[in-house]
Structures are given as structure tokens and as C-alpha cells.
Write a protein that binds this ligand. Structure first.
Ligand SMILES: [Zn+2]
Length: 66
């Protein structure tokens, strides 16, 4: 699996979503999310990114801005 340069793919409130990057197998994953309500988060490390994604999914269920 090849990972393209991803620095430009980080979500912003204008382009909400979640983005996870895993450059290499032995490299810690990084992730970030942004919501149209302005909530953002980022994390580094496989476990932290997993939590971040869970947080994002939870936020989408509780976001006041939809
Ligand atoms: Zn939100």
C-alpha cells in the first residue's frame, strides 16, 4: 500500500471529514478531523488515531450543527 503525500488532505471546517494517514507499517498513524461546526481534532499514534476516529463518529451523532 502506497500512501501519497497527505499534508493537503487534512480536513477543515470548509471540507469536513476525517483523514487518517499511515505512511508505513512501522510508522505511527496520524489522523485529523474537522466538522462544519468548527470542531476539530488530531492525533498521532495508531491507538490514538483509532480513538480519534471513534470520537469523530460520536461527534457526528451528537453534533449540534446538522
Ligand atoms: Zn460538529
Amino acid at each position: 500500500m502506497t500512501a501519497p503525500a497527505d499534508t493537503d488532505l487534512a480536513p477543515t471546517p470548509d471540507q469536513p471529514g476525517v483523514h487518517v494517514a499511515k505512511p508505513a507499517r512501522d510508522f505511527p498513524a496520524t489522523g485529523s478531523y474537522a466538522c462544519c461546526c468548527g470542531a476539530t481534532g488530531r492525533a498521532k499514534g495508531d491507538d490514538n488515531v483509532r480513538d480519534l476516529v471513534a470520537e469523530w463518529i460520536d461527534h457526528r451523532n451528537t453534533c449540534p450543527h446538522r
